[in-house]
Design a protein around this ligand. Sequence first.
Ligand code: G4P
Length: 531
Amino acid sequence: MPRTANIPTTHSPSLRDEAGRRRTFAVISHPDAGKSTLTEALALYARVIKDAGVTHGKSSRHGTVSDWMGLEQERGISISSAALQLNHNGAVLNVVDTPGHADFSEDTYRVLAAVDFAVMLIDAAKGFEPQTLKLLAVCRRRGLPIITVINKWDRPGLESLGLIDGIAEQTGMAPVPLTWPAGRAGAFTGLFDLRRGEAVRLEAVRGGALPSLETPVTGGPGTLNAQWQAELEEAELVSAASGAFDAAAFHAAQQTPVLFTAAAKNFGVRQLLDVLAELGPAPSDRSTEAGGYRPVDAGFSGFVFKVQAGQDAAHRDHIAFLRVCSGVFERGMTLTNARLGRPFATKYAHRVIGRSREVIDLAWPGDIVGLVNAASLRVGDSLYAEEEVRFPEIPHFAPELFTVARAADPGRYKQFRRGIAQLEHEGVVQVLRSDRRGEQAPVLAAVGALQFEVAQHRMAEEFHAPATFEPLPYSLAMRLETTGARPPETFRGGEVLHRSDGETLALFTDRYKLEHFREDNPGLTLTAIGA
Ligand code: G4P
């Protein structure tokens, strides 16, 4: 399929240039690996959020990055996925936030549909942790290039070579170190920039409140002390094993560049920022549902990867986060929603960072725009200005948690139904139904427990229909092909339910029940749900 099939392009050099400057990525990590600290450290160097990083830490972050919902404030967690925009060396970095909580939500996964690459952050003492592995799996399925960052090198941790082996094993990509620490984990005294052939001594300034002090070590490798020399030889060994950095192999997700940081001290952060700006892939022509490509310099198009509602109880606020795929977004333009064939006016377009909103007048491919008054938009919607386009649906993810929802007050059943329908529409939770359970008791399904908390909170606060949630013992969902034999409604250790997109799901308490089901129902086909 030709990449420019029948789609007129504006051939605007400035559009290609603007798109070419964008670096749109998400940081994926396990909670506590230092994602927020690193994001703030990047912002400190790029100087975008004023005073960001003056004091690192959860307490100081409240009110800066994200805390807009009552629930969020109570729990001190981040539910919102907003994008932070940084400028560095001529590049525009869009850091798309993934919810930073121990729980997954489908939004965490959906963000990965909106970015061009990911930064995988690993705690030097812990190596690969479960949430990192789950997110990594989604990145791999999407073919996203990944930059690996080993953080907290200022604390005792694992051996660098062991970590590098782990990266090769877990990611299936060849790890190519671009920086290498002088000093073991816990003794981070300097850094080799292997790309530039430079070595610097590092000192934290005011505990990480200011950029770290870098003193070049001059005079060539011969002047390094024995310890540094040994570390450098180690780095060279790894480089020899992995081969030189190759941009094409990185973009094809065959190589992963590796950098070492101590985000809390701002060690290695400047080097990471340089790598993001210089080597991070820019937005490229995007695949369409029809199997072609939408060139970045075609007319405006984008898709919604997240819908957020209820931040402001007084205003019934709906914000849809749109990733620009092609063309220029100009606030005020009228777009068409490809799903509905209806116009959508963009009078209100914002960049949303926590509670603060900044009006966006112009946005380019790779940028994230928050569209306000977006009650008609849902996750996966494609919007365009002139030439029609539909981008592929963002896949549903296999839910792992299930709960039965019921109206706490039967007198408010109408509001209950409306609330559940709205939460389903926005993709807050998946809603599963069966004749046996009836409309009064739908099953809500989620990837992370946080989704249920948000749903329950909004049912009470926004729809005035407090709901009781009764957890179900299932942990596994499979798609059930229903052609031919009629599936049982229930069976030992599971049941069959339907989603409004027409999918039928079978839920199981565990793998054994799944195997029994297969043996008992040879005429039915189960397939994995996945990205
Ligand atoms: P997250 O967003 O990935 O969940 O992690 P976050 O940045 O909140 O960092 C988790 C903890 O790890 C924080 O400590 C933070 O200061 C610390 N941290 C992050 N990067 C580094 C690093 O490079 N070196 C060291 N030594 N620590 C790091 P906390 O105790 O939870 O908070 P605080 O009291 O330090 O603010």
